[in-house]
Ligand binder design. Structure first.
Ligand code: G1P
Length: 265
């Protein structure tokens, strides 16, 4: 729920999913995160207040939290057993069709199509599962899932191996998994058979390693810029970037930044 300028991080992921054509959004949260469900709930009283006060800009923001035709489902993950386990919590709702996973901490900005739309387009043309990747400095491989690919053509390649958070000396490449996945529903039965992995958690990466044995999975180097909003620096960077992209804020934000940089401390 941390905001970047005027909306919470989760809203950016929701907008990206909707742009890619998702009509059912499944939020896997813990039992303490009622704020997420509250935020997506319709805020009649607030809307009325804003309407009466003539605050049209804010009213638009509140009204478009979820557009018509998109439904939200909230699932509580009773215990934080890992990303793989969180994804498994959505099994009954997803059913037997391809689906996307977005980790909202990874905020991706792109002027054109969002990262997920780029990935669903690739999936539509190949039928393969797709995982977003980007190059990371070699010494940072232990913070990510890392893939090895066959014939990477600059934008995508078939994954031949994937490993969760390898030490730099064990990493098969510097291509790191970013929090966007388009997955075949077969992943659910594989997740059910996945035991604990790196960090003592049930890892999505380990189930994907199993998926590779029976189905094609592509790594896709998306167009856009990722901000790791799970870190303080990433949040600061994203805030500056979105301020500089905003019609209203770009000029004053640039001026403030210049003033600050010119100050001594
Ligand atoms: C998760 C995944 C990891 C991926 C990362 C991207 O890790 O397990 O493979 O590279 O997201 O943000 P986490 O950052 O949750 O530890």
């Amino acid at each position: 729920m941390l905001p970047i300028i005027d909306r919470p991080l989760i809203q950016y992921a929701v907008d990206e999913a909707i742009q890619a054509g998702c009509d059912t959004l499944i939020f896997i949260t813990n039992r303490y995160k009622h704020a997420v469900a509250d935020y997506f709930d319709k805020a009649y009283e607030l809307e009325q207040k804003l309407e009466r006060a003539g605050k049209t800009e804010q009213l638009e923001l509140v009204r478009h939290v979820l557009p018509n035709g998109v439904r939200a489902v909230f699932v509580t993950q009773a215990e934080a057993l890992g990303l793989g386990h969180a994804v498994l919590c959505a099994k009954e709702i997803v059913g037997d069709e391809p689906f996307a996973v977005l980790l909202p901490d990874d905020l991706i900005y792109n002027r054109g199509d969002g990262a997920l739309k780029q990935m669903t387009d690739l999936n539509a043309s190949t039928g393969a599962s797709v995982i977003a990747v980007e190059d990371v400095p070699h010494e940072q491989t232990a913070s990510y899932g890392i893939v090895a690919t066959d014939a990477f053509d600059g934008s995508h390649g078939r994954i031949s191996a994937i490993v969760e958070k390898p030490k730099p000396e064990d990493a098969p490449s510097d291509l790191a998994v970013v929090g966007r996945y388009v997955l075949s529903p077969k992943i659910f039965e594989l997740l059910e058979a996945t035991g604990t992995g790196a960090g003592g958690e049930i890892q999505l990466t380990d189930a994907i390693a199993q998926l590779l044995k029976s189905e094609p999975v592509d790594a896709y180097r998306f167009e856009g810029r990722r901000f790791d909003c799970g870190t303080h620096l990433g949040l600061v960077e994203a805030t500056i970037r979105f301020a500089l992209n905003s019609k209203k804020l770009a000029k004053p934000a640039r001026q403030k930044l210049q003033e600050m940089l010119a100050e001594d401390d």
